[in-house]
Design a protein around this ligand. Structure first.
Ligand SMILES: *Cc1c(COP(=O)(O)O)cnc(C)c1O
Length: 376
């Protein structure tokens, strides 16, 4: 081996940093495009999608509409834009009101865009631990048109499935259908933020089109569990998508040779939906292992998909941010949520041995027992 062999340098660097392995569990958005995706991107047929004729974008949109059982689809740069466009299409009159969960992604993590950009008023209903909102509370939040003069106009209900902030829990199809019936009864629309709708579908064992049957629109992310580098597709009726396309342009989301991204997303659909079940199993194994470590607590039964919330029990001498910092030195990346909770998210680039390594490192950091070495 020559002096400048890069593998040798890597070994030296590793021995200096004492890191031989990296397990990135910060989010399911951290996946790298696979070789198959890169190959598909390289040879993707493209054209100008703003002019409406990028063949790969059209193919992805048609395929997503088919899978989700809706008339048409539209590729947008992000889940945030997908939700914003969907809410704005349904609530096209200023002073419209949307009913949504107080712990929902749209309400908490999307810069209040529905209000600041869309002039839409949010009416929050308490999210239960399982991500649902009580149906009677939703119904009570619907404004009575008799008092129209002082009330915003209830126009839309939003659900989220799986529900991120409740730890990736799934809304069952019966529940969604009931909310759909309620929306119908009151002449409202139903939008589903389905950033992780494929995780919910796999976990519930319900085909994804059945899960969203009651919805007028769905936003489904391609760059979370499915592992594409970017993008979300929103689906709905043809007239919904026609209006959505105009709003996408208004918001600056019209992109040109976007087939390069859509090609990767098509590979993600073909190859990675089948891997979600494995992600969920690994999340469960980690959850069970963590729950056995003194000082930690995981509600294992609530781990339904790929997200694990691990609580640090009172009296444990270490905080969540400190645990995360110590883990980072061992090559394990996870996110603290406040002082006493860690959020761990699985994706298809985490192996079974990564799970065991992570468990042994967390045990080491929390209890001081020696950890497995990181050599793969
Ligand atoms: C990530 C996420 C979004 C937003 O997606 P971005 O692509 O990050 O904008 C919306 N809803 C939920 C539930 C999410 O988890």
């Amino acid at each position: 081996m020559g002096l400048f062999d890069p593998r040798q340098l890597l070994k030296i660097e590793n021995s200096v940093n004492m890191v031989t392995r990296r397990v990135d569990l910060r989010s399911d958005t951290v996946t790298k495009p696979t070789e198959a995706m890169r190959a598909a991107m390289a040879k993707a047929e493209v054209d100008d999608d703003v002019l409406g004729n990028d063949p790969t974008a059209l193919c992805l949109e048609t395929e997503m509409a088919r899978i989700l059982g809706k008339e048409a689809g539209l590729f947008v740069p992000s889940g945030t834009m997908g939700n914003l466009i969907s809410v704005l299409v349904h609530c096209n009159v200023r002073g419209s009101e949307v009913i949504l969960g107080d712990n929902s992604h749209i309400h908490i993590y999307e810069n209040g865009g529905i209000s600041t950009i869309g002039g839409v008023h949010p009416r929050t209903v308490k999210n239960n631990k399982d991500g649902t909102m009580d149906i009677n509370l939703i119904e009570a939040a619907i404004r009575d048109p008799e008092f129209e003069i002082c009330y915003p106009t209830t126009t839309l209900i939003c659900l989220e499935n799986s529900h991120a902030n409740s730890g990736g829990r799934c809304l069952p199809v019966d529940y969604i259908n009931k909310v759909g019936e309620l929306a119908n009864k009151h002449g409202l629309k139903l939008h589903i933020d389905g950033a992780r709708i494929f995780n919910a579908s796999v976990a519930l064992g319900v085909p994804v089109h059945r899960l969203v049957q009651a919805a007028d629109s769905v936003s489904a992310c391609l760059s979370k569990g499915l592992g594409a580098p970017a993008g979300t597709v929103i689906v709905g009726s043809k007239s919904f998508i026609a209006k959505a396309k105009i709003l996408r342009k208004t918001l600056g989301g019209g992109m040109r040779q976007v087939g390069v991204l859509c090609a990767a997303a098509l590979v993600a659909l073909q190859e990675n939906v089948a891997k979600l079940e494995g992600d969920h199993k690994k999340a469960k194994v980690l959850a069970e292992g963590l729950n056995k470590i003194k000082g930690l607590k995981v509600d294992v039964t609530s781990v339904e998909t790929n997200i694990v919330y691990c609580d640090i029990l009172e009296g444990t001498n270490i905080t969540a941010p400190k645990i995360c910092m110590a883990l980072e030195e061992l090559g394990i990346l996870v996110m603290p949520e406040g002082l006493s909770r860690i959020r761990i998210v699985f994706h298809h680039q985490i192996s079974e041995s990564d799970v065991q390594y992570t468990l042994s490192c967390i045990q080491h950091v929390v209890t001081g027992t020696p950890h497995e070495n990181g050599d793969t």
